[in-house]
Write a protein that binds this ligand. Structure first.
Ligand SMILES: Nc1ncnc2c1ncn2[C@@H]1O[C@H](COP(=O)(O)OP(=O)(O)OP(=O)(O)O)[C@@H](O)[C@H]1O
Ligand SMILES: [Mg+2]
Length: 358
């Protein structure tokens, strides 16, 4: 593969291989013959085992990457390019960094050291932030647009119509309430996320927390004609946790069961304790919130805890949901080192199970 004889090389092949092996990123050398003269194990894993000796353009096919390598060979100056790839499981993004090394390679002219930095996670974080801002703006804009429309109507056509005024004001109150809930949920999510690594320390009784939560949701259940019942053991089920946050968890789960599963006519909350639960590998408490409503289609299940995700967008919005409830629930349960399980069958109902270590 080397066409010209080497004249007193500065580095022999073994030394080059040693240096490449010490670079903690996929790295390879392309010399003035435009062939790959060496590659480390990481590069072979990334680009294929048979790349040494081949022309770089047969291995790296993306135009920006080829341009960068060609420019580096020609001008002997640093170059950089983005390479989009796929590792079989997901799309990946690499920064391809080219640096010129004098005095090595077949033609003595030197070679380009090309290393590949995986920036997939950074890209994903940037994308998540963008999505988040877009979602928040969208969620706020809907009620805001409604409010502005009604203000205009109240100033104009409905100015002297007392009945319409009352009706519009009550719709406006609802829309303002939705914005308020959204901002409240966002702040709550932020707080929960920032505390996620702080272990809660309060000793508390789940029986007590569930009783209080259910009592506060009773009016909602009655309004929806839903029979809401708690089944709990006589003995107190004690855990270490944060009682306000756990109330938030059970409030959202039970509220969801009433709002989205209430057509089944009943919602059951079942508390139990066990000495060993495989989900948390030790003694645990389980709380199940069971409804007999329409259930959730399997496609939605894995995404339910994403921010702003709603299984039935229209219905959820109509019921005033922000789609942040389960995202908050998940973070709180993570903070408690617990697990959330969702099982659902269309037409049969849903079971949300919270497993907390005792
Ligand atoms: N028991 C249930 N039955 C059917 N669908 C459900 C049930 N619980 C949740 N969902 C679906 O999951 C979605 C996400 O729930 P989540 O609690 O995160 O948001 P939300 O209730 O819409 O808003 P928020 O809780 O912030 O008021 C809901 O919009 C609903 O479509
Ligand atoms: Mg909810």
């Amino acid at each position: 593969m080397i066409d010209l004889p080497l004249e007193g090389p500065l580095m022999d092949d073994d030394l080059i291989a040693e240096f490449l092996a010490a670079i903690p990123l996929p790295a390879l050398l392309v010399d003035q013959s435009e062939r790959i003269i060496a590659a480390n194990a990481e590069a072979l894993t990334l680009l294929g085992q048979q790349i040494t000796g081949r022309h770089f353009a047969t291995i790296l096919r993306q135009p920006q990457v080829l341009d960068a390598i060609e420019a580096a060979l020609r001008d002997k100056r640093p170059q950089q390019a983005r390479m989009l790839s796929n590792d079989g499981a997901q799309d990946t993004t690499y920064d391809v960094i080219c640096r010129y090394v004098n005095g090595i390679g077949a033609v003595q002219g030197g070679a380009v050291l090309i290393s590949f930095q995986d920036v997939t996670h950074m890209q994903q974080a940037v994308q998540m932030r963008r999505d988040f801002v877009a979602n928040v703006s969208h969620e706020l804009r809907t009620p805001l647009t409604a409010l502005m429309g009604f203000i205009e109507t109240l100033r104009g056509p409905a100015r002297d119509d007392a009945a319409a005024r009352d009706r519009f004001l009550s719709i406006m109150e609802g829309e303002a309430g939705r914005m308020n809930r959204l901002v409240g949920d966002l702040l709550s999510l932020n707080r929960v996320e920032s505390e996620e690594r702080v272990r809660p320390r309060e000793r508390l009784e789940l029986n007590e927390i569930l009783r209080a939560t259910i009592n506060s949701l009773r009016p909602l259940a009655e309004e929806a004609s839903v029979k809401l019942e708690l089944a709990a053991p006589e003995a107190a089920v004690e855990i270490t946790g944060d009682s306000d946050q756990l109330r938030q968890v059970f409030t959202n789960l039970i509220e969801n069961a009433i709002k989205y599963g209430g057509s089944g006519g009943r919602v059951d909350v079942v508390l139990s304790a066990s000495d060993r639960d495989p989900a948390v590998r030790g003694p645990a408490a389980r709380v199940q919130v069971i409804d007999k409503g329409p259930g959730i289609a399997p496609v939605h299940l894995p995404r339910l805890t994403e921010r702003f995700y709603r299984a039935d967008n229209h219905r959820s919005r109509e019921l005033g949901g922000t789609g942040l409830g389960l995202a908050i629930v998940k973070h709180i349960i993570n903070r408690h080192r617990g697990r959330l399980r969702v099982e659902s069958e269309l037409g049969q109902g849903s079971v949300f199970t919270v497993i907390l270590p005792r």
